[in-house]
Design a protein around this ligand. Structure first.
Ligand code: BES
Ligand code: ZN
Ligand code: MN
Length: 513
């Protein structure tokens, strides 16, 4: 017979088995109304306290000043000093906010992330008051950005853990303009965080449970009921009719059929050309017959991060009903070695009517995107076409975790897009696209081949896709292989799947609609 205690344990495990980390409960008020056990305040200069911290300091006979001297705390941005039992507060979290210039929106978001990371180490369920009265920023509603940064960071992929790490967060922001801050967070920024979390969920999920049809179902479920939004799914039959041999070729060796998921969001003027966002969705990349080595192959469960970021972006812009027309295209396939998989040396048809010789079946992302970007142009005549993919190891080696690789046909566009990156909190850095890169993919038997002599790999990958993009089509290519998976925490990102691209593309839509 089960002892009562183990029975209860069992019950708890069962009832929490599918609980996912919930979003923080956030309120904005003009005055301190709650008695949260945790108080959070900012310090930008330890020599010269200001705002609420000064009040607490005098309330405790200068104890805070003394504790600051005893601890190694310089008030550098995102630095946290956790004090206990001081000035009548059980927990007092002092957060460094020093910067050379006024705090930008992404810097405020980082502060929120640093707070989330620190509070998670206090208690399972977090209940905190955050005092916004001394931040040096030009942003009108810094509290909303801090809440957004907190939300971004407060993420756990606990689905397969019996013992969950996350808990609930109740946050009260004490801030000027509480109504406006609430409006910005509740009706806008929080949806970006939710979109990022969706992208991370899809990237973390093992390939066993996330394959093309399952990806489609989950995204459909997430977008259900959104206004101005339509979902279309092309299956194998539809893609055969369109001659999409590149997408079909990649998916051919898997027991899971490929799909092309299309999300149309028409929140702008009816006759305005849309922005098209196409994301690589390889639900698992073994390399195919050109099999990858064992080391780190497990991480190729996140080779759908481009498509996941597009899904997260569509979720964000539809949730906040952006006045824009945006189409998200997600070609989905699993790249497996099998008796019926494509081989090196094969030639694949494409929707464009040209052929691609397969040099490596591991250069599969560019194949998916070749058909997808061509379809996007024919079907939607987009004002701007962007594609995003975990495309090359070359981008990882060139730029590592700091920047996504950005490739366009002209440096002026790249410089403009770098600005969008800075404002979004997700940074990009340009790599070249030279006519020689196109020469490298000339094939003996087909119109092009899917990989060149090797270097520079990121540019060769872009050249393959670029072959399917009209010369005069405004076009942005993003290679996120380096930024996709983080080895260490960032203020707004716990280590692992970053969900990179949602924040960037959301900002792009705001600025380029
Ligand atoms: N999905 C990989 C790229 C990748 C590598 C993403 C590391 C994240 C981390 C892609 O499909 C791939 O295998 N690219 C090859 C292309 C080569 C065969 C031309 C590469 O970069 O090695
Ligand atoms: Zn891949
Ligand atoms: Mn590959």
């Amino acid at each position: 017979m089960l002892k009562p205690i183990s029975f209860c344990l069992l019950l708890c495990l069962v009832s929490f088995a599918h609980k996912v980390q919930s979003s923080p409960t956030v309120t904005f008020v003009g005055d301190n109304v709650s008695s949260s056990p945790i108080t959070v305040a900012f310090v930008d200069n330890i020599e010269e306290l200001d705002g609420f911290v000064t009040e607490l300091d005098s309330l405790s006979d200068g104890k805070i000043t003394k504790l600051l001297a005893l601890n190694e705390f310089s008030a550098a941005a995102n630095e946290v000093l956790h004090l206990q039992m001081v000035a009548g507060k059980t927990h007092l979290l002092l957060v460094g906010s020093q910067q050379d210039d006024k705090l930008t929106a992404p810097e405020l978001q980082d502060l929120g992330g640093a707070i989330a990371a620190a509070l998670r180490s206090t208690e399972k369920d977090v209940d905190a008051s955050i005092i916004i009265d001394n931040l040096d920023t030009a942003e009108a509603y810094p509290a909303a950005h801090i809440a957004y940064g907190y939300h971004l960071r407060d993420y756990f992929f606990d689905k397969y853990k019996a013992v969950k790490r996350g808990g609930n967060s109740t946050l009260e922001f004490i801030t000027p303009n509480p109504e406006m801050a609430k409006n910005l967070y509740e009706n806008d920024l929080r949806y970006i965080a939710e979109g990022v979390h969706l992208a991370r969920d899809l990237a973390w999920e093992p390939g066993k449970s996330l394959y093309p049809v399952e990806f489609v179902d989950r995204v459909k479920e997430k977008l259900k009921g959104k206004k101005n939004l339509k979902v279309r799914v092309l299956d194998v039959n539809d893609m055969e009719k369109l001659n999409m041999g590149a997408i079909l070729g990649v998916g051919q060796g898997s027991i899971h059929e490929p799909r092309l998921l299309i999300v149309e969001y028409m929140g702008g003027d009816k006759d305005k050309a849309p922005i098209a966002l196409a994301g690589k969705g390889v639900t698992f990349d073994t390399g195919g017959i050109s099999l990858k080595p064992n080391a780190n192959m497990w991480q190729m469960k996140s080779d759908l991060s481009g498509a996941a970021a597009v899904a997260g972006t569509m979720y964000a812009i539809a949730s906040r009903q952006e006045a824009a027309n945006v189409v998200g295209l997600m070609p989905l396939a699993e790249n497996m070695p099998a008796e019926d998989a494509i081989r090196p040396g094969d030639a694949l048809d494409t929707m464009k009517g040209t052929t691609i010789e397969i040099i490596s079946t591991d250069a599969e992302g560019r194949l998916l995107l070749s058909d997808a970007v061509y379809y996007a142009q024919k079907e939607y005549q987009p004002a701007l076409l962007l594609n995003i993919a975990t495309l090359t190891g070359s981008a990882v080696r060139a730029l590592s975790f700091e920047y996504a690789a950005l490739i366009t046909r002209d440096i002026e566009t790249s410089v403009e897009v770098m600005g969008i990156g800075k404002r979004s909190g997700e940074h990009v850095w340009p790599l070249p696209l030279h006519p020689n890169h196109f020469d490298q993919i000339a094939s003996d038997i087909a119109d092009i081949k899917n990989s060149g002599a090797g270097n520079p790999g990121a540019s060769i990958g872009a050249a393959v896709i670029g072959t399917f993009v009209d010369e005069d089509q405004p076009w942005i290519h993003l290679d996120i292989a380096g930024v996709d998976w983080l080895e260490a925490d960032r203020p707004t990102v716990p280590r692992g799947a970053q969900g990179w691209g949602v924040r960037f593309m959301d900002q792009l839509v705001r600025e380029k609609k």
